[in-house]
Design a binder for this molecule. Structure first.
Ligand code: SF4
Length: 603
């Protein structure tokens, strides 16, 4: 790097403490750092555990230590100097930090889109007053006076003034809804009563489909029920600012849209609303504006300027911010509709199954028989509690049908919906167990491990993985097993939007190139649209009776599914991505009249 570049940039040096293992390496970072070699102390060892500490003001950003570290523990990035003026928060020395803040708007829903590990939840905590920003001064207690002075002359000043003087009224739907039963014992009815400051739960309960669970023990609720209960509680509070951190998780398509309507109504009532969401079709439907957060997961995040939702999501897919002239991803994500296998399905069945039935004490399932074709991907969609997972488990041989024959001479590798984190060991050994061979240097390292981003997790203990990391590891492990059919139950859960698209594209390539088949259950319409060639639609009465169609063409299946929900989708003319039409709007009316609830092609 030349001097002028060094002068115009500042260094971000981040160390992954779990990966840094000074007892196992030869301290190559210290040995090879050119600043250290000339007598400087750019990288030193922490006295207590010997882990590396990098002095960002001495670092020239040469990147040698990144290449020398055998455990990929170091990230060094050169960022524009003026950004250092916009640092909002830094967790510690050589730790994650982020720059700039998104804007909240009265009467509007503002969405945050970006990868996991970019600081979205921290932003929610700071803007809601749950956490004080330190402006990058992680080693000292910062006063509100200093923060207000820093934001003098900006829109954020009055926002932080409200937090500082205790007049901020904020309501948050937290990301991790499964923690609710740990914090509260009792029934949903009791919890809703406690927080019904706006006297709206009589309306919210039927709107969110919570009528039948009001008197249950909270500990017995499913993920989707907990999610909708958390949304109801957050919306029932009387606040000026509302934050919804990932409100779609665990919910089916219909439930996601009812949650979206509740959130939109808050904005229509004059509230400031912010949403963090990875389901792009939902975020598109829900938001008026978006901010993109880009950077390097776990190292740094930068909040873009505010954009209209359509432009923002298209820019996110493009990986480029024209107004800021920033390319944050090498490749654009394209919805290459023409690449669908739908019309050229190889009629070579890899397996088949007859009409199947399965009964439980209070639930009955009927599945119309069908074939699983080589090179094809079957998407399974439908509301929750209609037997999708039971069908998958029967195909995988985990459960037996009561009647009907499954003729699967082929082997199936099954990734369940709920992931088990009990494995005692690191990711490398888990991958080895799945593949039964060393991964490094093998063809699957190039084909599966690197494209899915699992290589950099190899040294991590499975118990310490985040939800998104665990999902990628589980998908990779299931693909590493020798099988003919890969059955994946909700691979999108906990993945960010970018990983969802990457996994979908990867799966499609993998299945076609290897002559395998895949079956995928998911509620993310964009992911199903990207990955599936044909669909099995689940219909019926939730929790009582479910029936599944045979595999049908994607357009026909989507039309059938969406007609039952009275929802229409169009295609974005720039990117080809599916977009939900505004209910009752011109396109919605026209498409309903013509029976085109879902276009597979740009009109
Ligand atoms: Fe040293 Fe910085 Fe170069 Fe790493 S990037 S070797 S810390 S000068």
């Amino acid at each position: 790097m030349g001097n002028s570049e060094a002068e115009s940039t500042h260094r971000v040096a981040v160390l992954d403490e779990e990966l840094c293992q000074p007892r196992k390496c030869g301290l190559e970072c210290i040995v090879y750092c050119p600043v250290n070699k000339t007598g400087g102390e750019c990288i030193i060892q922490r006295p207590d555990d010997g882990k590396a500490v990098i002095a960002e003001d001495l670092c020239t950003g040469c990147g040698i230590c990144i290449r020398k570290c055998p455990f990929d523990a170091i990230v060094i990035v050169n960022l524009a100097k003026e950004l250092s003026e916009d640092k909002v928060h830094q967790y510690g020395i050589n730790s994650f930090r982020f720059y700039r803040l998104p804007t909240l708007k009265k009467c509007a829903v503002v969405g945050l889109v970006g990868r996991n590990g970019m600081g979205k939840s921290t932003i929610v905590n700071i803007l809601s007053g749950n956490m004080k920003p330190n402006l990058g001064k992680y080693d000292q207690e910062i006063s509100w006076d200093e923060i207000l002075k820093y934001y003098q002359g900006t829109e954020m000043k009055s926002h932080f003034e409200k937090i500082a003087n205790g007049t901020m009224r904020a309501s948050i739907k937290p990301q991790l809804v499964y923690l609710i039963p740990k914090a509260f014992k009792g029934t949903p009815k009791e919890l809703l009563k406690r927080y019904d400051e706006r006297k709206v739960t009589d309306k919210l309960v039927p709107q969110l489909g919570l009528q039948n669970i009001l008197d249950r023990d909270i500990a017995q609720l499913s993920g989707g029920e907990l999610q909708r209960l958390a949304v109801a509680i957050a919306a029932a509070k009387d606040a000026e600012y509302y934050f919804f951190d990932e409100p779609s998780s665990y919910n089916d398509v219909y439930q996601r849209l009812t949650v979206a309507k509740v959130i939109r109504e808050l904005a229509e009532q004059g509230k400031n609303v912010m949403v963090v969401e990875h389901d792009m079709t939902l975020l598109d439907y829900l938001s008026d504006y978006v901010h993109i957060i880009y950077g390097e997961p776990g190292a740094y995040g930068i909040v873009s300027g505010m954009q209209s939702t359509k432009v923002g999501i298209n820019n996110f897919l493009e990986g480029f911010l024209p107004t800021e002239n920033v390319r944050f991803r090498d490749k654009a994500f394209r919805f290459d509709i023409a690449s669908s296998n739908e019309d050229v399905l190889l009629d070579i069945p890899i397996a088949s199954y007859g009409d199947l039935t399965k009964s439980f004490p209070s639930f009955k399932l009927h599945v119309a028989g069908g074939k699983i074709r080589r090179g094809g991907i079957i998407g399974i969609i439908g509301a929750n509690a209609l037997g999708k997972t039971t069908f998958m488990r029967m195909l995988a041989g985990v459960d037996k049908p009561d009647s009907g024959k499954i003729d699967i001479g082929a082997t199936i590798s099954y990734k369940p919906q709920y992931l088990n984190q009990d494995y005692d060991g690191d990711v490398r050994s888990l991958m080895y167990t799945a593949y039964m061979n060393p991964i490094e240097g093998s063809s699957v390292e190039q084909q599966i491990i690197i494209p899915l981003g699992v290589k950099k997790l190899f040294e991590k203990n499975v118990k310490n993985l985040s939800g998104g990391e665990l999902q990628k590891v589980a998908v990779a492990a299931s693909l590493l097993r020798q099988a003919d059919i890969y059955a994946l139950d909700e691979p999108s859960a906990f993945l960010d939007a970018e990983d969802r698209i990457a996994v979908a594209k990867f799966l499609q390539r993998f299945v076609r190139a290897q002559g395998k088949s895949a079956i995928i259950i998911d509620h993310d319409i964009q992911l199903i649209d990207l990955v599936a060639d044909s669909l099995v639609i689940f219909e019926g009465q939730q929790g009582v009776e479910g029936s599944a169609t045979e595999p049908i063409k994607k357009e026909e299946g989507m039309n059938r599914f969406l007609k039952a929900l009275s929802i229409t989708y169009r295609r974005d003319e720039t990117t080809g991505r599916p977009r939900v039409n505004k209910e009752g709007g011109r396109l919605d009316r026209e498409q309903k009249e013509s029976g085109n609830y879902y276009y597979t092609k740009i009109q």
